[in-house]
Design a protein around this ligand. Structure first.
Ligand SMILES: NC(=O)c1ccc[n+]([C@@H]2O[C@H](COP(=O)([O-])OP(=O)(O)OC[C@H]3O[C@@H](n4cnc5c(N)ncnc54)[C@H](O)[C@@H]3O)[C@@H](O)[C@H]2O)c1
Length: 344
């Protein structure tokens, strides 16, 4: 039998999984955690963070497109994990530009990790919890005004295709009792700290982040601040809420999910790009707005226009997931505090 609370986090060198790793160390419902953090780049050890046996962290550099490297993650001194956060990936623009790499990382390696979880779960006598970060990019084509759990996902891009195919595997593996899957389709996360990501949605963080740091940001929508393109709605969540919801996903009893799907659209809220800029004006002042440079890009408009804009949060909230309250202003305010404190 493996020790309880051995948690493996993939993509742990990235933005979101590194926050999840820290949150796990502080999670009272995951006591005495043994945390295995892995990424193709050396993940940082958040040891010292939280109160939860912070010395129990292993960091492993591994390329998950190699099944042997996946196998090694189940054979560490911590034993077989009982929970896996599968969060590694190539983002939307990266997958679109390099179709084969996107498929290899976002679909093939997830399936290999799932098969390994099945094998090692059987060995440990424990069905492994498999928490997967999916995306609203699974949706494409004509969409209803509001997306509901029963809305069919028909992706129109390599990233969405790979995410959806991984979801289908996780659902079937869960139905068969081979893993205990939990799938969160995440909204676009704003404000993302650090350098711009290889995601088409990257500018939605950039137009807040860069000006608050005194740096110019490119907005690929519209030619100036009064352009009608800025009235396009987008579906967002703050990083804090997404991380909270990813930790919550671990604690939901499997009996709470219907038989046919482990997919939940994580709660989010709708704002326009203009609302974002207005929140920046309120928190950063008139001057910072001058740092947004408009370079109208018809491809960006087409993409943003094709993204789902509104979801029905009812099902997710009924499972105990939470949503940001108060729109963009508190999110921008929190980010500015992090910038002022030198941690963003
Ligand atoms: N940030 C968002 O707005 C958002 C929205 C929806 C879904 N997601 C999903 O959430 C997860 C985390 O996203 P993020 O924004 O932190 O991305 P990120 O790019 O910061 O992190 C992804 C990590 O995966 C790692 N990786 C890539 N290829 C790998 C490989 N072959 N082997 C091992 N590791 C590899 C990268 O090195 C990177 O550190 C991803 O699955 C992403 O698809 C994010």
């Amino acid at each position: 039998m493996s020790t309880p609370n051995v948690v493996l986090v993939t993509g742990a060198g990235g933005f979101l999984a590194s926050l999840v790793a820290r949150a796990l160390l502080e999670d009272g419902e995951t006591p005495n955690i043994s945390l295995i953090l892995t990424d193709v780049i050396e993940p940082k050890n958040p040891a010292g963070h939280g109160t939860n046996n912070p010395q129990h962290v292993l960091t492993i550099k591994a390329d998950l497109t190699d099944p042997k490297e996946i196998d090694a993650l189940f054979n560490t001194s911590f034993g077989i994990p009982d929970t896996i956060y599968c969060m590694h990936g190539i983002m939307s623009q990266g997958s679109e530009h390099n179709f084969d790499l996107g498929l290899k990382v976002n679909a093939d390696s997830v399936r290999d990790l799932l098969q390994a979880s099945r094998r090692y779960g059987t060995q440990s006598g424990r069905v492994i919890k498999f928490i997967f970060t999916s995306s609203c990019a699974v949706y494409g084509g004509p969409l209803p005004h509001v997306i509901k759990p029963e809305t069919i996902a028909t992706p129109e891009g390599a990233y969405g295709l790979a995410k959806l195919s991984s979801e289908l595997y996780i659902n079937e593996f869960s139905r068969r009792g081979l893993v205990d899957g939990r799938i969160l389709r995440l909204p676009t996360i704003v404000v993302r700290p650090g350098p711009p990501a290889a995601a088409a949605s990257s500018f939605l963080s950039g137009i807040i982040r860069e000006p608050l740091k005194g740096v110019e940001a490119i907005c690929p929508m519209g030619s100036d601040i009064s352009s009608p393109e800025l009235d396009l709605p987008v579906w967002l969540s703050s990083p804090q809420t997404v991380v909270h919801n990813l930790i919550h996903a671990k604690h939901i009893p499997s009996s709470a999910f219907p038989k046919h799907t482990r997919v939940v659209c994580a709660p989010g809220f709708t704002v326009t790009i203009r609302d974002e800029i207005e929140a920046l004006r309120q928190i950063g002042g008139e001057e910072v707005l001058k740092l947004i440079k408009f370079e109208n890009d018809p491809t960006a408009k087409r993409l943003v226009d094709s993204w789902p804009q509104r979801f029905d949060n009812t099902y997710a909230l009924s499972l105990g997931f939470t949503v940001d309250e108060g729109g963009m202003v508190p999110i921008v305010e929190r980010f500015k505090k992090d910038v002022d404190a030198g941690i963003a």
